[in-house]
Design a protein around this ligand. Structure first.
Ligand SMILES: NC(=O)c1ccc[n+]([C@@H]2O[C@H](COP(=O)([O-])OP(=O)(O)OC[C@H]3O[C@@H](n4cnc5c(N)ncnc54)[C@H](OP(=O)(O)O)[C@@H]3O)[C@@H](O)[C@H]2O)c1
Length: 250
């Protein structure tokens, strides 16, 4: 029987890519996003749940909606603050923290509690190197991801002696199509090679990283495959695909 994967934030970006790749490899995939299904890629093999993870009712009904706890859970959904740090309201702050940190934490607790001991479940929590580099604009997002990292460590601790692995996939700037297109336009307008514009962009936007190319979605998928394939050994693991210098102190 096909293994079951649950991918949050599957309606767009990296989540859509991961859901499609898993389905292409024969997984039965349940994806979740906020927009209506008609506005998603509609990938064959991906069942879609339209739901808002900032709402408690959604989070509470996920185990019932999924039925048996999936073999693989990828917490990928992300809420970026809708406006600048100085203007963001308390309700908006709440939304960011719920989607990015609290919902994955609560859902993982509930889904792991619901599974039989004999069944192995791999939980992969997508995080961002931004949590190490907060400035006044990125502070809210970075703090939500830092909270997610700490909660993930606690989930891994709670998963000791349990048939589960809870790991972090820590990513740097992704080659999402919008970003790539913007860089292409800048390169065209200046008559410069796109790779060179990307290098300049990364040096300016992420001076602490040593990468000169954006991280492609396929590398993220292969990391998900790798972590899931490690089984219980991956419990507590942080897989950094972020361009962070391994020798630097945090
Ligand atoms: N983009 C980067 O450069 C980058 C770098 C490092 C790490 N990451 C991490 O990679 C992951 C994916 O990022 P991305 O940039 O690909 O994201 P994205 O394109 O903005 O997509 C975010 C996904 O999360 C869903 N989502 C947002 N709010 C939700 C809510 N309240 N309820 C349910 N679903 C909700 C969105 O659904 P709708 O669109 O349908 O609302 C969408 O499917 C995130 O965990 C992010 O932190 C990204």
């Amino acid at each position: 029987m096909a293994q079951h994967a649950f991918v949050t934030g599957s309606s767009h970006g990296l989540g859509a890519y991961l859901a499609a790749r898993l389905a292409g490899e024969g997984w039965k995939v349940t994806g979740l996003g906020r927009r209506p299904e008609s506005e998603t890629p509609g990938t064959p093999g991906v069942d879609y749940i339209q739901a808002d993870l900032s709402r408690s009712e959604t989070v509470e009904r996920i185990p019932a909606l999924l039925g048996e706890t999936p073999d693989l859970i990828v917490h990928n959904a992300v809420s970026y603050p809708p406006r600048g740090a100085q203007e963001v309201s308390l309700t908006e702050l709440d939304d960011v923290f719920r989607v990015n940190a609290l919902a994955p934490y609560r859902m993982t607790l509930d889904l792991l509690a619901a599974k039989p001991d004999a069944k192995f479940t791999s939980v992969i929590v997508v995080n961002s190197e931004s949590m190490y580099h907060a400035d006044r604009d990125s502070g809210v997002y970075a703090a939500s991801k830092a909270a997610l990292r700490v909660l993930t460590a606690s989930l891994a601790e709670a998963s000791r002696s349990r048939n589960a692995g809870v790991a972090t996939l820590l990513l740097g700037p992704l080659a999402d199509p919008d970003k790539v297109e913007q860089l292409r336009r800048v390169a065209d307008s200046r008559g410069v090679d796109q790779a060179e514009i990307t290098r300049i962009f990364l040096r300016k936007s992420n001076p602490d990283l040593v990468i000169e190319e954006l991280i492609d979605f396929e590398a993220c998928y292969r990391s998900v495959q790798y972590i899931a394939g490690l089984g219980r050994t991956a419990n507590g693991m942080v897989c950094r695909l972020d361009g962070g210098s391994a020798g630097s102190l945090i």
